[in-house]
Ligand binder design. Structure first.
Ligand code: NDP
Ligand code: HEM
Length: 503
């Protein structure tokens, strides 16, 4: 809206004389059809809502900058990372995952951590979470997984049976379940949590050499979490507490920042690496792949209009710039499709023209044309096809991603190392958590799993036991389960365990 205009207008700029009284036939008569101002106002209002995001619906965002603090040009030719001191504009959106637009910020859930870099080579989106791992590692399972975190189709209530039935049938979720039910599942604010790419990505340099990398945005404010009780209290006291905290801290001039650290593996190291580096349920142990500091992300400007800038923001894991590319991680491959597709549904075919999504420092030069809400000149009078010989821009092979070797039989392959799924959560429980962390973790699980059917409690507790016997025993005790029964289930194959706990 123009700041300078003094008189209110309708959508097409015509001045409005009266915005308080509908036009009627006499003071007590019915409203006249010719009150086009009323009709315009009501019909626009009727269309004010767009579909909320199917996941990550509740969120908050802010603008800022990213500054490079170390020379990584030997790993990537991305221009925005090309020299120490280089700064790039960013927009960041934080979110919860399962709740609706009006849900509470303090709910137990992973938090989204999505960063849009407006680089001179186009937009690069790093769409991550505050957890270094995920519940599943195959995109085929994602819609089912999300359904179990949403509402029961009959009762329209969140349902612990759905939640734990699915997770206990999905043992690869153990690592993420352990993180989620630790106090890191209820961060005190968006400012006091880390952000991780979780996936492995590919960086490549100007010589075409490639590297496997993981991103860690470490909060400079320090990690601060709520206990389960504090989170529950905050949900009741202020459902928007994290949204408020982000906005108000930026207004006060307290700009939150994160240090970007990268884990980088050369392909030779990756081949013999103990863990499958394309399995998102695993981390790369710091001792084996020490993170190196690369830059600083600072948020310093609030959006002016939430709908225009935050609700309409569209992040896309397939928005890469030269020097950064996808890895074969199956989940990531699924995401390369899903985000653009959902944006077409949520925002329309020209969502890239919405200012927050526009490539600010690298205007679009393509032969894509027309479509709903084409708000620029649509390519003007230039050619709308390629190849053309009209002197219009064409591709430049120097920006092509270098090839990498691939082999194997096309098919629906399972992961080769399912027994690994309990090692890292066990290490987290035993070696990283303090005794207080462990007590809180077990208490948080008992509070939630206690709402599920007993057979599901047994099946899930056996998985905790497989990660660590003290972990399983603690949950069993809290739930009043027979430990011998849990132990016996833990000793079975997953197939037998499922049979033994069938309805
Ligand atoms: P390290 O001791 O080097 O790292 C442990 C890391 O665990 C810490 O750096 C911290 O990550 C994170 N952490 C601390 N408390 C919690 C918690 N309650 N919930 C989740 N994460 C926590 O060990 P390793 O690298 O060998 O990893 C051991 C375990 O730590 C892993 O199995 C994994 O569960 C967890 N972890 C590992 C990460 C990695 O990239 N290697 C990243 C995050 C967790 P941060 O410094 O990022 O805050
Ligand atoms: C949002 C799909 C896994 C992080 C979304 C959205 C979809 C989606 C459809 C809504 C986007 C929108 O409407 O704007 C999927 C699929 C996945 C997957 C199909 C797996 C196959 C992941 C993983 C992460 C992640 C592993 C983190 C590492 C996010 C974030 C958002 C999001 C942060 C919110 C972005 C924003 O703030 O607008 N996802 N997702 N997702 N997803 Fe995923």
């Amino acid at each position: 809206m123009s700041e300078k205009k003094k008189t209110m207008t309708g959508a097409f700029g015509v001045p409005v004389g009266n915005d308080l009284n509908s036009k009627t036939a006499g003071p007590r008569g019915p409203v006249l059809m010719e009150d086009v101002h009323l009709l315009e106002k009501l019909s626009h209002f009727d269309r004010e809502r767009i579909p909320e995001r199917v996941v990550h619906a509740k969120g908050a965002g802010a603008y800022g900058e990213f500054e490079v603090t170390a020379d990584v040009s030997k790993y990537t030719c991305a221009k925005f990372l090309s020299r120490v001191g280089k700064k790039t504009d960013v927009f960041v959106r934080f979110s919860t995952v399962g709740g609706e637009m009006g849900s509470a910020d303090a709910e137990r859930d992973p938090r989204g951590f999505a960063v849009k870099f407006y680089t001179e080579e186009g937009n690069y989106d790093m769409t991550g979470n505050n957890t270094p791992v995920f519940f599943i590692r195959d995109p085929l399972k994602f819609p089912d997984f999300i359904h179990t975190q949403k509402r029961n189709p009959q009762t329209n209530l969140k349902d612990p049976d759905m939640f734990w039935d699915f997770l206990s049938l999905t043992p690869e979720s153990m690592h993420q379940v352990t993180v989620l039910f630790s106090d890191r599942g209820t961060p005190a604010t968006y400012r006091h949590m880390n952000g991780y790419s979780s996936h492995t990505y590919k960086w490549y340099n100007a010589k075409g050499e490639y590297f496997w990398v993981q991103y860690h945005f470490k909060t400079d404010q320090g990690i601060r979490n709520f206990t389960g009780q504090e989170a529950t209290a905050m949900c009741a006291k202020d459902p928007d507490h994290a949204t408020r905290d982000l906005f108000e801290s930026i207004e006060r001039g307290e700009y939150p920042s994160w240090t970007l650290e990268m884990q980088i593996l050369i392909p030779e190291q990756a081949r013999d690496f103990k863990w499958d580096i394309f399995d998102i349920t695993k981390v790369w142990p710091h001792a084996e792949v020490p993170p190196i500091e690369v830059g600083k992300l600072t948020l310093n400007r609030n959006p002016v209009n939430y709908f225009a800038e935050v609700e309409q923001a569209a992040f896309n894991p397939s928005n890469f710039v030269p020097g950064i590319a996808a890895s074969p991680d199956k989940m990531l491959q699924g995401r390369l499709f899903s985000y653009h597709d959902t944006h077409l549904h949520r925002l329309g075919p020209n969502y890239h023209l919405i200012p927050v999504n526009q490539p600010k420092h690298a205007p679009e030069v393509s032969y894509q044309r027309a479509g709903a809400m084409r708000t620029d000149d649509g390519g003007g009078s230039g050619p709308n096809y390629w190849p053309n010989s009209m002197g219009a821009p064409g591709p430049d092979a120097t920006f092509d991603e270098p090839p990498i070797p691939l082999d194997g039989d096309g098919g629906r392959h399972e992961y080769a190392h399912p027994n690994d799924d309990f090692v890292q959560p066990g290490n987290l429980f035993r070696e990283v958590m303090t005794s207080q962390d462990r007590a809180n973790l077990i208490g948080n699980i008992v509070g939630h799993l206690g709402g599920a059917q007993k057979r599901l409690q047994l099946r899930q507790t056996a998985l905790f036991y497989m990660a660590d016997s003290e972990y399983g025993a603690g949950v069993a005790k809290g739930l009043g389960l027979n430990l011998d029964e849990v132990r016996s289930l833990a000793g079975m194959s997953q197939e037998d365990r499922v049979k033994a706990t069938a309805r």
